[in-house]
Write a protein that binds this ligand. Structure first.
Ligand SMILES: Nc1ncnc2c1ncn2[C@@H]1O[C@H](COP(=O)(O)OP(=O)(O)OP(=O)(O)O)[C@@H](O)[C@H]1O
Ligand SMILES: C[C@@](O)(CCOP(=O)(O)OP(=O)(O)O)CC(=O)O
Length: 352
């Protein structure tokens, strides 16, 4: 490690998207390597609305690997974090920052420790794919810091070992996770089917009923399905989908359909009277305008959907949905070069 002082800190910050599967991954054939029993296909969601930001740092002054998630220190000792760290470290390359006078050779990485700070701008472990964005960002940012020379699909196979669905968050647009056949998992990886521009007026509406931490994690849920369900291999999915939580995801083929859908959703699930419409709809609020909804007054004035016959009373479920997220297909992970977006202090390598 050629550098006079021990005080330098080298950092990388990245942002990665979540994804919502339309053909779900549910069930593993290998729990440790996280190998699925089927291929799956997902849409990457616009990171401007839902994303993870992660800063990774290395310094000779760090005496152990440490991580902070949403501002709280968490343990990195779990097998999933360790697998990703090991896989990335084993592929680390030489790194040189001439400006800072830092030179790290690939052999040095085994002795150096990292600090990682990550922030999800949406609820964690609530069924909104935080593990997908989280592990994709973890692997993507570490790969850059350690100058790992692998393509995005190869990185996806590493992120997969953090959380299965994370492999699909290495790409934007429409993504397939190929289950693969190999016992060691090297062919179980994600590929991009088409980018986010392919179907750019697709609208994805998430009805967040609860952002509380789920009682059953996806890992446990799919293990139970594998052990008990005879129907698992016959399942199908259509244009609405639930992940492993109570939050419904509705997919509209274009903005016109989305605005009609939003009118109906808001008719049946109006916000509490003390809420304001702006905080009830997160993400892309322009659909509100398309739907002719500028304020709560307009929501209250919505007529019953025309397809409801006059004599059927239309019950409302005020306050049952906490909020809606309106989003669209989005791009894959990116590096953030602006140091002001880093979550770690560039001098100390500790959370800002
Ligand atoms: N930003 C992050 N960086 C690294 N790991 C994260 C991050 N966010 C979440 N995780 C990991 O993912 C776990 C949550 O995963 P879990 O599958 O239970 O919920 P989810 O991904 O939000 O929901 P689902 O998979 O059903 O959509 C956390 O306990 C943590 O280990
Ligand atoms: C319902 C799902 O979102 C399940 C995602 O499960 P995870 O990827 O969170 O599970 P682990 O691999 O055990 O971490 C379906 C999907 O994303 O395909």
């Amino acid at each position: 490690m050629a550098s006079e002082s021990q005080n330098w800190v080298l950092m990388v910050t990245a942002r990665a998207p979540t994804n919502i599967a339309v053909i779900k991954y549910w069930g593993k054939r290998d729990e440790k390597l996280i190998l699925p029993v089927n291929d799956s296909i997902s849409v990457t969601l616009d990171p401007d609305h839902l994303c993870t930001t992660t800063t990774v740092a290395v310094s000779p002054s760090f005496d152990q690997d440490r991580m902070w998630l949403n501002g709280k220190e968490i343990s990195l000792s779990g097998g999933r974090f360790q697998s990703c760290l090991r896989e990335i470290r084993s592929r680390a390359g030489d790194v040189e920052d001439k400006e800072k006078g830092i030179k790290i050779s690939k052999e040095d990485w085994g002795k150096l420790h990292v600090h990682i700070a990550s922030y999800n701008n949406f609820p964690t472990a609530a069924g909104l794919a935080s593990s997908a964005a989280g592990f994709a960002c973890f692997v993507f940012s570490l790969a850059k810091l350690m100058n790992v020379n692998e393509n995005q699909s190869k990185l996806s196979a590493i992120a997969r070992q953090g959380s299965g669905s994370a492999c699909r968050s290495l790409f934007g647009g429409f993504v397939k996770w190929i289950m693969g056949k190999d016992e060691n998992g090297c062919d179980s990886l994600a590929v991009q089917l088409t980018d986010e521009k392919h179907w750019d007026d697709l609208v994805i509406l998430v009805a967040v009923v609860s952002s509380r931490q789920k009682e059953t994690s996806s890992t446990t849920g799919m293990r139970e399905s594998i052990e008990t369900s005879l129907l698992l291999q016959h399942r199908a999915k259509v244009a609405y989908t639930f992940d492993a939580g109570p939050n419904a995801v509705l997919i509209a083929r274009n903005r016109k359909v989305a605005s009609l859908l939003l009118q109906r959703l808001l008719f049946y699930f109006p916000p509490n009277s003390d809420a304001d419409l702006n905080s009830y709809i997160h993400g892309d609020k322009s659909i509100l305008r398309d739907a002719g909804l500028e304020g709560l007054k307009d929501v209250e004035a919505l007529p019953p959907p025309p397809e409801i016959k006059d004599n059927v009373p239309s019950q409302k479920y005020r306050g049952d949905v906490s909020y809606f997220i309106c989003t669209r297909p989005g791009r894959g992970p990116v590096y953030l070069s602006d140091e002001s977006q880093a979550l770690l202090n560039p001098e100390t390598g500790l959370p800002k």
